[in-house]
Design a binder for this molecule. Structure first.
Ligand code: ZN
Length: 160
């Protein structure tokens, strides 16, 4: 999916997951972290939003391992979790960052290109509901955003 789509899906996913983690769904810092986490896996693509900003990392990563390889795998999720915990980051940072990261993998799973969740295995997984950058992607992202917004509204209205 495109960067904007990943941000929308990441923030929507965070807003739905946060109450289950005992965290505020609309905290602006957490939302920013979820958005950042939703962009991180594409550091393996020099033309991606994050890849253009981190070319020193994205170019060698793309050349050695290709796009939608290790950064789009469950191994990357566990390594990120380990590094964040090892560096002493709090749950308030790790939670939204990793929810955003996982949302990126889930969103790319919906594209026809899929991803290699079990990297280094070469087998790709894809649900293939749309192609990256297509109208179908826009429809899916709009559906996720509307669903998350409606859920949050429902939760807040039920508290009144
Ligand atoms: Zn991706």
């Amino acid at each position: 999916m495109m960067a904007g789509s990943h941000v929308v899906v990441g923030v929507a996913t965070w807003s739905l997951a946060a109450p289950h983690l005992g965290m505020a769904p609309l905290d602006p810092v957490a939302i920013a972290l979820a958005a950042g986490g939703s962009l991180l896996p594409d550091v393996d693509h020099p033309s991606s939003w994050v890849g253009r900003r981190l070319r020193v990392i994205s170019r060698p990563l793309a050349a050695m391992l290709g796009h939608r390889g290790v950064t789009h795998s469950l191994l990357a999720v566990f390594v990120c979790l380990f590094l964040l915990r090892w560096q002493g980051f709090s749950r308030a940072v790790i939670g939204p960052l990793m929810i955003g990261y996982l949302s990126h993998l889930a969103a790319d799973l919906l594209t026809s290109s899929g991803l290699r969740l079990a990297w280094p295995s070469r087998k790709r997984q894809a649900i293939a509901l749309c192609r990256t950058g297509s109208f179908g992607e826009s429809i899916i992202v709009a559906g996720v955003a509307i669903g998350a917004g409606a859920t949050i509204l429902h939760l807040h209205l039920s508290w009144l």
